[in-house]
Ligand binder design. Structure first.
Ligand code: NAP
Length: 277
């Protein structure tokens, strides 16, 4: 293996101990509320991990499990009640939501000052104008992993495969804010391989198992694999790890790369919101 492994689990552990140190001086307990609609098994597992993380840093956390057949207005009412709670500093509505619910309409109702995943229009707008406050958890975790390499982002050519606000579009904005030259690839990109080959920093957020192969990767590139695809009960990334690790300079594993950092950034965002920073 030529690439150096970017260990997200280890970095997340360091973030959690910094948070534990920071909250020692607080006179209150930061509180996170997660809203789950329905019982999607993957969401249930992610939420369990988030709760465990909250315990590790002594945050208060609560999960609001709502029936899959809830109507949009009742869900919004629930979110608005959480907005009014003084003991809840961060709110996260777990995606995906059941069909028939407009997720943007629900996110719109989260108070931007309680927006633990940085996905409200206000927080995404701030990201767009390079006034980063609370930024989406996965992209923020990705930036930390890139910083771990010690490489400068400025002037690098970054390619994001995927353009969702949750991951691709936001991480591209964060890289642009750090003066990278950014290319977005998506399902309509013509000659995606040629675009990807130019990447000094490659972020794969496609949701297709082993989509990125070694021949698409520039030797020495920083490769961040965001994908979580479940195949025969095993988590597989969007990057063909076994062959790409022979070409890349740095690579994140799946699991143990972006996932733990996403959760660590949720804790950081909750603390930031709790102390009004
Ligand atoms: P998404 O909303 O489905 O977006 C996928 C993106 O990939 C879209 O922009 C889509 O293009 C693009 N795409 C799909 N097929 C393509 C193809 N054949 N060629 C080029 N582009 C293609 O997914 P997401 O929410 O961004 O998540 C992406 C992956 O990251 C998923 O596997 C998800 O599970 C994972 N994820 C992981 C974490 C974590 O913490 N590790 C967090 C969030 C998400 P169009 O826009 O043209 O449709």
């Amino acid at each position: 293996m030529s690439a150096e492994l970017l260990n997200g689990s280890q970095l997340a552990k360091r973030v959690r101990s910094q948070i534990r140190r920071k909250i020692k001086n607080l006179t209150f307990t930061p509180g996170l509320a997660v809203v789950q609609v329905g019982d999607d098994p993957a969401s249930t597992l992610y939420i369990k991990h988030k709760q465990r993380d909250c315990e590790k840093v002594h945050f208060h956390s609560e999960v609001h499990r709502l029936s899959a057949d809830i109507n949009q207005d009742t869900l919004i009412e629930h979110v608005e009640n959480l907005n009014d709670r003084t003991d809840i500093h961060g709110i996260l509505v777990q995606m995906p939501l059941p069909e028939g619910i407009d997720k943007e309409a629900v996110i719109d109702k989260i108070n931007p000052h309680k927006d633990a995943d940085g996905l409200t229009p206000v927080n995404l707008g701030n990201l767009l104008i390079n006034r980063e406050g609370v930024t989406p958890c996965t992209p923020t975790g990705i930036i930390r992993l890139i910083e771990l390499t010690g490489a400068q982002i400025e002037g690098k050519h970054a390619v994001c495969i995927g353009r969702s606000p949750l991951v691709g579009k936001s991480v591209g904005m964060m890289l642009l804010n750090r003066n990278a030259t950014v290319t977005y690839c998506h399902s309509r990109t013509v000659d995606l391989a040629a675009e990807v080959q130019k990447a000094d920093i490659l972020v794969a957020a496609v949701g297709r198992p082993e989509f990125v192969t070694a021949d698409m990767v520039k030797p020495g590139a920083i490769v961040i694999d965001v994908g979580i695809n479940h195949i025969n009960g095993r988590a597989v990334g969007d990057v063909k790890f076994e062959e790409v690790k022979e070409v890349a300079g740095f690579i994140t594993p799946v699991p143990g790369g972006v996932g733990p950092m996403t959760r660590a950034m949720l804790l950081e965002n909750t603390l930031k919101l709790a102390i009004g920073g």
